[in-house]
Design a protein around this ligand. Sequence first.
Ligand code: SAH
Ligand code: SF4
Ligand code: F3S
Length: 462
Amino acid sequence: MRTSAAALRLPLKEAYNRTIVSGKTFYLETFGCQMNVHDSEKVIGTLMAQGYAQVPTPEAAGLVLYNTCSISDKAEQKVFNRLQNFKREAGKGKIFGVLGCVAQQEGEKIFERAPHVSLVAGSASYTRLGEMLVQLEAGNRRVTGLSLDTDETFDTPFTRRDNPHRAYITIIEGCDKSCAYCVVPFTRGPERSRTSESVMAEASGLAAQGYAEIQLLGQNVNSYRDPSPAGWDFAALLGRVAGIPGIRRVRYTTSHPRDFVKPIVDAMDENPVLCDHVHLPVQSGSSKVLAAMDRLYTRDEYMRRIEWIKTAKRKYSITTDIIVGFPGETEEDFQKTLDLLDEVEYDSLFSFKYSPRPNTAALEMRDKIAEEEKQRRLVILQEKQRAIQIRRNAELIGEVKEVLVEGRQQALGQWIGRTSDNRTLNFTHPENGGDSLLGKYLPVRVTRSGPNSLVGESVTVV
Ligand code: SAH
Ligand code: SF4
Ligand code: F3S
């Protein structure tokens, strides 16, 4: 039995009941970034369209899939731990598959390391997923999808979206940069943009289904280039998506500073539907380290982009990613990163200890930093950032912000809201039961603040 596109929008339980008749069941666990999370939504949709039902545990599933991340050694090990735990289950007819970045990176070596695995496929091969499932069903126990030689993107009408209010749309896949530490170009292949027609059709379809918030995804959304004759760049695409009736908020991740051009800020200024937030990963505050990382910008060039954002018409929150302990990073370089934190005053950041990755240029670099030193720098960085966030969030007390209501914190009697500038703002509201407020946009006054979130109360705006 095939699942209709309509069934994919049903609550999970109902969709499950419709497809379970085929007897084919799967469990999927996802690791890694939002691109992976959204890939999984498309993989799940594809499986359901082929008559599979999703079940909540690996024990209950005939097919167990892991959509993996390889950004660090720690992330990579997670899948091998999972596979180890379920080794014995394979004898009982359970089929295991490894998808995503570790699959692409390790390829057929996974069959040697975990012989009970039957499917190894990277994201660049998901357009062939249906065919690979047929091979598995036919009894093939060594099915692979590992070619990176593609100009295709994985566009599918069968997407099983998890979040009922905020929808991801991939606009560009792969990455053509070669940051010296990063495995992504090797796991996701060359950069390829979707046509603007296909992005706009998906966004309009989502608006028609009632989604008011869209998040555009790519490893480097700024280098989006419409392959169709319209030829839109990223700023043009942003403006058009934000103009779709029914769409209230548009976000995007992630930006590479080199390709972050002024027209992007101008497009955001022009249309408040484009959220008050820019994630602009810097990685290091030292131009010397940035050059060694092959990031293609200096600290000054990065700061110019920060100035565009800070002098824009609206107030935007700015967040970033930082790596500590890249080979050759001296104490002086690290101090420059700390100093950059003071200069920019980020609203939030993701921090990483440098992790050597296969195939990357940094593997060969000298002056490796010891693990304890990386850890020491990470703690100092995080403490500094925590103090900045406490200060910045406290400045927001008294402000009224619009939130999208995303959940409830039953125990605290609070609703969970997300602001346009990507803060969590938990709030109280006279309506304190059920799920009546979920998905609504409401004004909330900030009354308290912490390092990572805000607390407030709903207000009636007249
Ligand atoms: N395309 C995005 C980043 C994707 S990976 C960009 O260019 O900004 C997300 C983050 O993981 C990176 O920004 C970087 O901070 C971190 N990262 C990537 N490779 C890493 C490695 N080998 N060790 C530690 N952190 C890493
Ligand atoms: Fe990795 Fe650099 Fe590409 Fe980002 S831009 S995915 S950090 S290679
Ligand atoms: Fe991880 Fe691959 Fe994303 S390595 S961070 S899942 S692109």
